[in-house]
Design a protein around this ligand. Structure first.
Ligand SMILES: [Fe+2]
Length: 416
């Protein structure tokens, strides 16, 4: 009898211990990311990570209310798709599980709120995001960041936080590649999420991959693990999914090219070129913004990208792309260049850096403004026929600015 009692006590202890451990394990969503859908004013995708035992993921969403959430009847609910990804880094295979869901048919010009998770495993907090107006004349603001790449938690964090503090009304944050230093290293991605914290789940992100997201010309699986970006690039080219695509807002079409594949793969260079020409030909937005990691014009002579320029520059000139946002050179330079060379007509090319890794900047003749050894972010606004560009330092001080004004013979550059 004594033995039986002891046995029952031991089993009860083990059950209590297991239950306690289970309760202690955090099964709530982590690494929550919001990306725009192809029609950025009408839909977003949300992606998040969960522990392996989580077998359900949902989103609840609706127009944001100023009142406390008391019932869920006012909110829509959608089931998310679960996916398991593997990535090899330094001889170790990481298996991770994530959920993703696209919500569309949202009403432009509204503030929405959402949360992700499930009753069984826990929910995120309620998170708000803004959708721009469907009126292309209204002010439209976004943030552009050059390479974060290094010391993400310790040194890049202050830049993204200052950017958010400077332009909390931004409708998206654009990253011009090299978000991390080693794209296959999950820990660095963890640092990227820690640095951006709630900003990554509040302001939709648009990102183009850089060479540091690649190894042997293969994009890290962690890119598509973390981000849900449009798959409207060249038809059937899966290597370019989430890397070459476009996103439309009423006043702006944002186009991402996969710079690494342009540099490394002649076939994918040609595919992207043909696709870009078609996308530009069919652009109806007043402003066209192109992003890719490698610069058309570099801030140092030994970092030139002639293959890119030779293939793509004539198309940019032909269709009058307004602004090209780039990274890779770890310095700052911007200038307008047209068919005949630098001047105050044509396309405005910008290279910028937000992380702490710095390279010297030369005195290339295309640059109308330059800067080295400075962490920056840019706040860009379109207002009807004006594009107002401001570059700020990590401390929030204005560093460079200009205005592009649409006129019958192209954009007029106003330095201020
Ligand atoms: Fe790079």
């Amino acid at each position: 009898m004594k033995l039986l009692f002891k046995g029952i006590c031991s089993i009860a202890f083990i059950l209590c211990f297991l239950e306690h451990s289970y309760c202690q394990m955090n099964t709530e969503p982590t690494r929550i990311m919001i990306n725009p859908l192809e029609s950025g004013a009408e839909g977003v995708a949300v992606t998040w990570r969960v522990p392996m035992q989580v077998d359900v993921g949902n989103i609840q969403y609706g127009i944001a209310t100023p009142h406390p959430v008391e019932g869920l009847s006012a909110f829509n609910k959608a089931e998310a798709q679960g996916r398991i990804d593997t990535v090899d880094y330094n001889g170790v295979t990481l298996v991770s599980k994530n959920y993703r869901v696209k919500i569309n048919d949202l009403l432009p010009g509204n503030k929405y709120m959402y949360r992700v998770g499930s009753d069984q495993y826990g929910w995120s907090e309620w998170i708000q995001f803004n959708l721009p107006s469907e009126n292309s004349d209204s002010t439209f603001t976004f943030i552009y960041l050059g390479d974060p790449q290094n010391d993400l938690h310790s040194q890049w964090s202050r830049v993204i936080r200052q950017a958010y503090a400077t332009a909390p009304d931004a409708y998206f944050m654009l990253y011009a590649g090299d978000l991390v230093n080693r794209g296959y290293n999950d820990k660095e991605w963890g640092d990227w999420y820690r640095a951006g914290s709630f900003i990554h789940r509040m302001i939709p992100s648009i990102m183009t991959p850089g060479n540091h997201e690649y190894t042997d010309v293969i994009l890290s699986p962690l890119w598509r693990t973390h981000f849900t970006l449009p798959e409207n690039g060249p038809t059937g080219e899966e290597e370019l999914y989430g890397a070459c695509y476009f996103i439309d807002y009423p006043s702006v079409r944002v186009i991402s090219l996969d710079g690494e594949q342009i540099d490394e793969d002649p076939e994918l260079r040609l595919k992207q070129l043909e696709w870009l020409e078609n996308v530009l030909e069919n652009t109806i937005q007043p402003w066209t913004i192109l992003t890719l990691h490698y610069p058309f014009y570099s801030t140092k002579p030994n970092r030139d990208n002639p293959k890119l320029r030779k293939a793509f520059k004539p198309v940019l000139d032909k269709y009058g792309v307004d602004l090209v946002l780039q990274g890779h050179d770890h310095g700052y330079g911007r200038g307008m260049v047209n068919e005949t060379g630098p001047g105050n007509k044509g396309t405005m090319y910008v290279v910028s850096v937000s992380g702490p890794k710095m390279y010297d900047v030369g005195n290339e003749d295309w640059m109308q403004a330059r800067g080295d050894n400075i962490q920056l972010f840019q706040v860009i606004k379109t207002q009807n026929d004006r594009l107002i560009y401001k570059s700020y330092s990590a401390t929030g001080k204005l560093f460079d600015s200009f205005i592009l004004e649409k006129s019958t013979d192209g954009n007029k550059l106003i330095e201020n």
